[in-house]
Design a binder for this molecule. Structure first.
Ligand code: PSU
Ligand code: MN
Length: 311
Protein backbone atom coordinates (compact mmCIF):
# COMPACT_ATOMS: atom_id res chain seq x y z
CA UNK A 1 0.00 0.00 0.00
CA UNK A 2 1.84 3.07 -1.26
CA UNK A 3 0.21 5.56 1.10
CA UNK A 4 1.70 4.03 4.24
CA UNK A 5 5.29 4.55 5.26
CA UNK A 6 6.46 1.42 7.01
CA UNK A 7 9.58 1.90 9.14
CA UNK A 8 12.72 0.20 7.88
CA UNK A 9 13.08 -1.97 10.98
CA UNK A 10 9.53 -3.29 10.41
CA UNK A 11 10.15 -4.02 6.71
CA UNK A 12 13.36 -5.77 7.70
CA UNK A 13 11.55 -7.92 10.31
CA UNK A 14 8.85 -8.84 7.80
CA UNK A 15 11.48 -9.82 5.23
CA UNK A 16 13.26 -12.02 7.79
CA UNK A 17 10.02 -13.61 9.01
CA UNK A 18 10.25 -12.03 12.48
CA UNK A 19 6.72 -11.53 13.85
CA UNK A 20 5.57 -7.90 14.15
CA UNK A 21 3.14 -6.40 16.69
CA UNK A 22 1.32 -3.16 15.88
CA UNK A 23 0.72 -0.65 18.70
CA UNK A 24 -1.67 2.29 18.92
CA UNK A 25 -0.84 5.93 19.64
CA UNK A 26 -4.02 7.51 21.02
CA UNK A 27 -2.74 6.20 24.33
CA UNK A 28 0.23 8.60 23.80
CA UNK A 29 -1.68 11.63 22.47
CA UNK A 30 -4.90 11.36 24.52
CA UNK A 31 -4.45 8.59 27.08
CA UNK A 32 -1.55 9.61 29.33
CA UNK A 33 0.22 12.81 30.42
CA UNK A 34 3.69 13.86 29.14
CA UNK A 35 6.39 12.58 29.73
CA UNK A 36 4.85 9.40 31.15
CA UNK A 37 3.20 8.74 27.78
CA UNK A 38 6.53 8.55 25.90
CA UNK A 39 8.15 6.54 28.67
CA UNK A 40 5.32 4.01 28.58
CA UNK A 41 5.19 3.85 24.76
CA UNK A 42 8.87 2.90 24.76
CA UNK A 43 8.41 0.36 27.54
CA UNK A 44 5.64 -1.25 25.50
CA UNK A 45 7.96 -1.50 22.49
CA UNK A 46 10.64 -3.09 24.75
CA UNK A 47 8.15 -5.64 26.07
CA UNK A 48 7.42 -6.74 22.48
CA UNK A 49 11.16 -7.02 21.72
CA UNK A 50 11.75 -9.07 24.89
CA UNK A 51 9.19 -11.57 23.63
CA UNK A 52 10.99 -11.97 20.30
CA UNK A 53 8.85 -9.76 18.06
CA UNK A 54 9.27 -6.35 16.42
CA UNK A 55 7.06 -3.44 17.59
CA UNK A 56 5.39 -1.08 15.12
CA UNK A 57 3.62 1.90 16.67
CA UNK A 58 1.15 3.44 14.22
CA UNK A 59 0.41 7.17 13.95
CA UNK A 60 -0.09 9.98 11.46
CA UNK A 61 2.65 12.60 11.20
CA UNK A 62 2.06 15.65 8.98
CA UNK A 63 -0.55 13.71 7.03
CA UNK A 64 1.69 10.68 6.45
CA UNK A 65 0.40 7.33 7.65
CA UNK A 66 3.28 5.74 9.56
CA UNK A 67 3.75 2.24 10.90
CA UNK A 68 6.85 2.18 13.11
CA UNK A 69 8.14 5.44 14.57
CA UNK A 70 11.52 6.89 15.37
CA UNK A 71 12.57 8.92 18.42
CA UNK A 72 11.64 12.31 16.96
CA UNK A 73 8.17 11.13 16.00
CA UNK A 74 7.50 9.76 19.49
CA UNK A 75 8.45 13.17 20.91
CA UNK A 76 6.09 14.95 18.50
CA UNK A 77 3.20 12.76 19.62
CA UNK A 78 4.15 13.09 23.29
CA UNK A 79 4.20 16.84 23.61
CA UNK A 80 3.00 18.34 20.37
CA UNK A 81 0.13 20.82 20.25
CA UNK A 82 -3.15 20.37 18.45
CA UNK A 83 -2.68 16.63 18.18
CA UNK A 84 -5.70 14.80 16.78
CA UNK A 85 -7.42 11.59 17.77
CA UNK A 86 -7.75 9.71 14.50
CA UNK A 87 -10.33 7.01 13.90
CA UNK A 88 -11.67 5.58 10.59
CA UNK A 89 -13.78 8.62 9.69
CA UNK A 90 -10.80 10.98 10.26
CA UNK A 91 -8.23 9.27 8.03
CA UNK A 92 -9.05 11.12 4.82
CA UNK A 93 -9.15 14.47 6.60
CA UNK A 94 -5.83 13.66 8.29
CA UNK A 95 -4.11 12.95 4.99
CA UNK A 96 -5.69 15.84 3.07
CA UNK A 97 -5.15 18.31 5.92
CA UNK A 98 -1.66 17.03 6.92
CA UNK A 99 -2.70 16.31 10.48
CA UNK A 100 -0.50 14.90 13.20
CA UNK A 101 -2.13 12.65 15.74
CA UNK A 102 -2.64 9.34 17.42
CA UNK A 103 -4.63 6.52 15.86
CA UNK A 104 -7.39 4.86 17.87
CA UNK A 105 -7.94 1.10 17.90
CA UNK A 106 -9.99 1.41 14.69
CA UNK A 107 -7.42 3.70 13.05
CA UNK A 108 -4.52 1.48 14.08
CA UNK A 109 -6.27 -1.66 12.79
CA UNK A 110 -6.58 -0.01 9.37
CA UNK A 111 -2.92 1.03 9.28
CA UNK A 112 -1.77 -2.37 10.55
CA UNK A 113 -3.83 -4.10 7.89
CA UNK A 114 -2.39 -1.85 5.15
CA UNK A 115 1.10 -2.76 6.41
CA UNK A 116 0.34 -6.50 6.51
CA UNK A 117 0.54 -6.81 10.32
CA UNK A 118 -2.20 -9.09 11.73
CA UNK A 119 -1.47 -8.63 15.48
CA UNK A 120 -1.99 -5.51 17.55
CA UNK A 121 -1.78 -4.78 21.27
CA UNK A 122 -3.69 -2.01 23.05
CA UNK A 123 -5.05 -1.24 26.52
CA UNK A 124 -8.80 -1.28 26.15
CA UNK A 125 -11.08 -1.02 23.13
CA UNK A 126 -13.80 1.56 22.66
CA UNK A 127 -17.35 0.25 22.87
CA UNK A 128 -20.97 1.09 23.53
CA UNK A 129 -21.19 4.02 25.94
CA UNK A 130 -23.55 4.01 28.91
CA UNK A 131 -26.76 5.70 27.81
CA UNK A 132 -26.15 4.80 24.14
CA UNK A 133 -29.87 4.05 23.80
CA UNK A 134 -30.37 7.82 23.71
CA UNK A 135 -26.97 9.14 22.49
CA UNK A 136 -26.21 6.36 19.94
CA UNK A 137 -22.54 6.64 21.03
CA UNK A 138 -20.98 3.39 19.82
CA UNK A 139 -17.23 3.37 19.12
CA UNK A 140 -16.08 2.81 15.54
CA UNK A 141 -13.68 0.25 17.08
CA UNK A 142 -16.51 -2.31 17.14
CA UNK A 143 -17.38 -2.03 13.48
CA UNK A 144 -13.68 -2.12 12.60
CA UNK A 145 -13.31 -5.39 14.51
CA UNK A 146 -16.15 -6.72 12.37
CA UNK A 147 -14.49 -5.60 9.16
CA UNK A 148 -10.69 -5.65 9.34
CA UNK A 149 -8.60 -8.80 9.70
CA UNK A 150 -6.44 -7.92 12.68
CA UNK A 151 -6.26 -9.67 16.05
CA UNK A 152 -6.51 -7.08 18.84
CA UNK A 153 -5.11 -7.96 22.27
CA UNK A 154 -6.87 -5.90 24.97
CA UNK A 155 -7.70 -6.02 28.67
CA UNK A 156 -11.38 -5.93 27.70
CA UNK A 157 -13.15 -2.61 27.86
CA UNK A 158 -13.40 -0.04 30.63
CA UNK A 159 -16.50 -0.01 32.74
CA UNK A 160 -16.98 3.62 31.59
CA UNK A 161 -18.77 1.66 28.84
CA UNK A 162 -21.84 -0.54 28.88
CA UNK A 163 -20.13 -3.94 28.74
CA UNK A 164 -23.16 -6.17 28.01
CA UNK A 165 -24.17 -3.91 25.10
CA UNK A 166 -20.56 -3.81 23.86
CA UNK A 167 -20.48 -7.62 23.76
CA UNK A 168 -23.86 -7.72 21.98
CA UNK A 169 -22.57 -5.43 19.23
CA UNK A 170 -19.40 -7.53 18.90
CA UNK A 171 -21.63 -10.56 18.44
CA UNK A 172 -23.67 -8.73 15.79
CA UNK A 173 -20.47 -7.97 13.88
CA UNK A 174 -19.39 -11.61 14.18
CA UNK A 175 -16.25 -10.94 16.19
CA UNK A 176 -14.82 -13.91 18.13
CA UNK A 177 -14.14 -12.68 21.68
CA UNK A 178 -11.50 -14.90 23.22
CA UNK A 179 -10.89 -14.78 26.96
CA UNK A 180 -7.26 -15.62 27.74
CA UNK A 181 -7.41 -18.09 30.62
CA UNK A 182 -10.80 -16.66 31.63
CA UNK A 183 -14.49 -17.30 30.96
CA UNK A 184 -15.45 -13.72 31.93
CA UNK A 185 -14.88 -10.58 29.90
CA UNK A 186 -12.28 -8.51 31.80
CA UNK A 187 -13.20 -4.90 32.59
CA UNK A 188 -9.80 -3.24 32.25
CA UNK A 189 -9.02 -2.35 35.89
CA UNK A 190 -10.63 -5.57 37.12
CA UNK A 191 -9.72 -9.07 35.93
CA UNK A 192 -13.38 -10.00 35.41
CA UNK A 193 -16.84 -8.56 34.78
CA UNK A 194 -20.15 -10.37 35.10
CA UNK A 195 -20.25 -10.92 31.30
CA UNK A 196 -19.20 -14.24 29.77
CA UNK A 197 -16.94 -14.43 26.70
CA UNK A 198 -17.85 -16.69 23.80
CA UNK A 199 -14.55 -18.55 23.84
CA UNK A 200 -11.70 -19.30 26.24
CA UNK A 201 -8.10 -20.07 25.23
CA UNK A 202 -5.36 -21.25 27.55
CA UNK A 203 -2.24 -20.60 25.49
CA UNK A 204 -0.92 -18.30 22.74
CA UNK A 205 -0.92 -21.40 20.50
CA UNK A 206 -4.67 -21.90 21.05
CA UNK A 207 -5.30 -18.27 20.10
CA UNK A 208 -3.03 -18.55 17.04
CA UNK A 209 -5.05 -21.60 15.89
CA UNK A 210 -8.32 -19.67 16.23
CA UNK A 211 -6.90 -16.79 14.13
CA UNK A 212 -5.54 -19.28 11.60
CA UNK A 213 -8.91 -21.02 11.32
CA UNK A 214 -10.76 -17.69 11.02
CA UNK A 215 -8.59 -16.16 8.30
CA UNK A 216 -6.82 -19.02 6.54
CA UNK A 217 -8.91 -22.18 6.84
CA UNK A 218 -12.28 -20.42 6.49
CA UNK A 219 -11.05 -17.43 4.51
CA UNK A 220 -13.18 -15.02 6.56
CA UNK A 221 -12.51 -11.32 6.97
CA UNK A 222 -12.71 -9.50 10.26
CA UNK A 223 -10.94 -9.11 13.57
CA UNK A 224 -10.46 -11.36 16.55
CA UNK A 225 -10.65 -9.75 19.99
CA UNK A 226 -8.47 -11.17 22.75
CA UNK A 227 -9.53 -10.28 26.28
CA UNK A 228 -6.48 -10.58 28.52
CA UNK A 229 -7.26 -9.82 32.18
CA UNK A 230 -5.11 -7.36 34.12
CA UNK A 231 -2.78 -9.37 36.43
CA UNK A 232 -4.49 -9.71 39.84
CA UNK A 233 -1.77 -7.83 41.74
CA UNK A 234 -2.39 -4.70 39.63
CA UNK A 235 -6.21 -4.75 39.64
CA UNK A 236 -8.09 -1.93 41.39
CA UNK A 237 -10.92 -2.49 43.89
CA UNK A 238 -14.11 -2.71 41.86
CA UNK A 239 -16.34 -0.65 44.18
CA UNK A 240 -13.84 2.24 44.14
CA UNK A 241 -13.61 2.22 40.34
CA UNK A 242 -17.40 2.02 39.99
CA UNK A 243 -17.92 5.10 42.20
CA UNK A 244 -15.31 7.06 40.24
CA UNK A 245 -16.83 6.01 36.90
CA UNK A 246 -20.31 7.05 38.03
CA UNK A 247 -18.94 10.48 38.95
CA UNK A 248 -17.01 10.82 35.67
CA UNK A 249 -20.05 9.90 33.55
CA UNK A 250 -22.14 12.43 35.48
CA UNK A 251 -19.57 15.21 35.03
CA UNK A 252 -19.44 14.51 31.28
CA UNK A 253 -23.23 14.82 31.05
CA UNK A 254 -23.25 18.04 33.09
CA UNK A 255 -20.54 19.61 30.92
CA UNK A 256 -22.18 18.43 27.71
CA UNK A 257 -19.15 16.38 26.60
CA UNK A 258 -19.97 14.01 23.75
CA UNK A 259 -18.63 12.43 20.55
CA UNK A 260 -14.90 11.82 20.10
CA UNK A 261 -14.11 13.98 23.15
CA UNK A 262 -16.04 11.71 25.52
CA UNK A 263 -13.58 8.82 25.94
CA UNK A 264 -10.52 11.07 26.62
CA UNK A 265 -12.62 13.15 29.05
CA UNK A 266 -13.77 10.08 30.99
CA UNK A 267 -10.24 8.65 31.13
CA UNK A 268 -8.70 11.90 32.39
CA UNK A 269 -11.44 12.40 34.99
CA UNK A 270 -11.05 8.84 36.20
CA UNK A 271 -7.31 9.34 36.57
CA UNK A 272 -7.93 12.39 38.76
CA UNK A 273 -10.60 10.71 40.86
CA UNK A 274 -8.43 7.64 41.56
CA UNK A 275 -5.43 9.89 42.32
CA UNK A 276 -3.31 8.33 39.60
CA UNK A 277 -3.91 4.73 40.65
CA UNK A 278 -5.74 4.06 37.40
CA UNK A 279 -2.66 5.18 35.45
CA UNK A 280 -0.40 2.61 37.12
CA UNK A 281 -2.95 -0.13 36.45
CA UNK A 282 -3.24 1.04 32.85
CA UNK A 283 0.52 0.75 32.32
CA UNK A 284 0.67 -2.74 33.85
CA UNK A 285 -2.11 -4.08 31.66
CA UNK A 286 -0.80 -2.61 28.41
CA UNK A 287 2.60 -4.21 29.02
CA UNK A 288 0.85 -7.50 29.76
CA UNK A 289 -1.07 -7.22 26.48
CA UNK A 290 2.06 -6.35 24.46
CA UNK A 291 3.80 -9.50 25.74
CA UNK A 292 0.84 -11.72 24.94
CA UNK A 293 0.45 -10.21 21.45
CA UNK A 294 4.11 -10.96 20.71
CA UNK A 295 3.70 -14.56 21.88
CA UNK A 296 0.56 -15.00 19.75
CA UNK A 297 2.31 -13.52 16.70
CA UNK A 298 5.17 -16.00 17.17
CA UNK A 299 2.79 -18.92 17.63
CA UNK A 300 0.86 -17.85 14.52
CA UNK A 301 4.03 -18.07 12.43
CA UNK A 302 4.50 -21.66 13.67
CA UNK A 303 0.86 -22.65 13.10
CA UNK A 304 0.96 -21.19 9.58
CA UNK A 305 4.01 -23.35 8.80
CA UNK A 306 2.07 -26.48 9.75
CA UNK A 307 0.11 -26.02 6.51
CA UNK A 308 -3.52 -25.58 5.51
CA UNK A 309 -4.73 -28.80 7.15
CA UNK A 310 -3.29 -27.86 10.53
CA UNK A 311 -5.62 -28.36 13.48
N1 PSU B 1 -10.22 2.97 26.09
C1 PSU B 1 -9.23 3.04 27.00
N2 PSU B 1 -8.14 3.81 26.73
C2 PSU B 1 -8.03 4.48 25.55
C3 PSU B 1 -9.07 4.35 24.59
C4 PSU B 1 -10.14 3.59 24.91
O1 PSU B 1 -9.33 2.44 28.06
O2 PSU B 1 -7.02 5.16 25.33
C5 PSU B 1 -8.92 5.03 23.26
C6 PSU B 1 -8.53 3.98 22.20
O3 PSU B 1 -7.64 4.55 21.28
C7 PSU B 1 -9.87 3.68 21.54
C8 PSU B 1 -10.55 5.04 21.60
O4 PSU B 1 -9.75 3.17 20.25
O5 PSU B 1 -10.17 5.58 22.86
C9 PSU B 1 -12.04 4.93 21.46
O6 PSU B 1 -12.59 6.20 21.30
P1 PSU B 1 -14.12 6.36 20.81
O7 PSU B 1 -14.95 5.82 21.94
O8 PSU B 1 -14.29 7.83 20.61
O9 PSU B 1 -14.24 5.57 19.54
MN1 MN C 1 -17.98 7.74 20.32
Amino acid sequence: MENVVIHEKVIDAQARGVPVVALESTIITHGMPYPKNIEVAKKIECAVVEEGATPATAAIIDGVLRVGLDEREFERLGQGEGLKKISRRDLAAAVAGRWTGGTTVAGTMILASMAGIPFFATGGIGGVHRGAETTFDVSADLRELGETSVCVVSAGAKAILDLPKTLEVLETWGVPVVGYKTRRFPSFYSPASACPVSLTADSPQDIARICHAHWKLLGMKGGVLIANPIPHEFGLPEEEVEVAIGAAVEQAAQQGISGAALTPFLLATLERLTKGKSLEANIALVLNNARLAARIARAFAEVSKEGPGAP
